[in-house]
Design a protein around this ligand. Structure first.
Ligand code: ZN
Ligand code: ZN
Length: 282
């Protein structure tokens, strides 16, 4: 493909539904942007920054898909996280009602996929930053001393961010809702269970093909095959029908997800016999 201007790239990105992006796009966008910045056309330079971000979001997302096909689960997890972060930068600068780049789809699929990963615990870094710098002008930012650039705003086609200087690491903590999703806790003697993701990848043919998740709850083993008049297993000494029956107590607190493809015949056993749970049982 021969790109002659940014409009062509915009069309290319909005129609894109493949496994690999054309790498030429990034170098072309960079050179167009330089020209607009030289002419001080801030608006068009910003529009090109948007296209660069769209490219990054798609690139990380389809890379995650390819990693999942190769059963490189953790690598895929990190790509999904990157895609999500780039998307969050972009969302401050675009109109989300007009989803011409399928970003809402990518965002939804990223969330769905993250739910299917078995990761539950993460390492969280606690650090003290002694000094911040503005990425646009390079000035030090302190409480008394600020530059004119606004965090997250686009200047000369680049997003303004703060660069941490002199970081001092304080501690690590184990958390369930981390700021850095890539810091998955790995235990040497345990293997994560990716059964449901692997099953999905047998059927999911293209990263832009849609499917949805159905949430189910599994009955705890002690509540299986109980009769109404049996003694309730929760040690209340009451009858099952007067105690836990028909309450959420009988279900495992971790939901179990079923993957549903709308427009595709898939084998009936597809969603059956998948072992849910965080760890692989040997
Ligand atoms: Zn600045
Ligand atoms: Zn009970």
């Amino acid at each position: 493909m021969n790109f002659i201007n940014e409009t062509m790239i915009e069309e290319y990105l909005s129609d894109f539904n493949e496994l690999y992006l054309n790498k030429e796009v990034i170098s072309k966008l960079k050179s167009y942007k330089e020209e607009y910045v030289n002419h001080n056309d801030q608006n068009t330079a910003k529009n090109i920054w948007i296209l660069e971000q769209v490219y990054k979001v798609i690139a990380h997302y389809i890379k995650a898909f390819r990693y999942l096909k190769q059963k490189k689960h953790y690598e895929a997890w990190c790509e999904l996280d990157r895609s999500d972060i780039e998307l969050s930068f972009l969302y401050n600068h675009i109109d989300r009602t007009n989803d011409k780049f399928k970003l809402e789809f990518i965002s939804q699929k990223t969330k769905d996929l993250q739910l299917l990963f078995p990761y539950t615990h993460f390492l969280s870094r606690e650090a003290i930053v002694q000094n911040w710098k503005c990425s646009i002008c390079g000035n030090s930012i302190t409480l008394r001393n600020r530059c004119s650039h606004q965090l997250g705003e686009i200047y000369n086609g680049e997003m303004c961010c703060r660069i941490a200087q002199d970081m001092k690491f304080e501690a690590f903590a184990i958390v369930t809702d981390p700021f850095d999703k890539y810091s998955v806790l790995m235990l040497g003697n345990q293997e994560y269970n990716y059964a449901i993701l692997d099953r999905l990848m047998e059927v999911w043919e293209n990263p832009f093909e849609n499917w949805r998740l159905e949430k189910n709850y599994v009955i705890k083993t002690e509540y299986l095959n109980l009769k109404r008049n049996d003694t309730c297993p929760c040690l209340s000494m009451k009858k099952y029908k007067k105690c836990c029956m028909d309450t959420p107590k009988v279900y495992d607190s971790n939901p179990f997800y079923k993957v549903i493809f709308n427009n595709k015949q898939i084998p009936k056993e597809y969603n059956e016999n998948i072992t849910a749970g965080t760890w692989k049982n040997n």
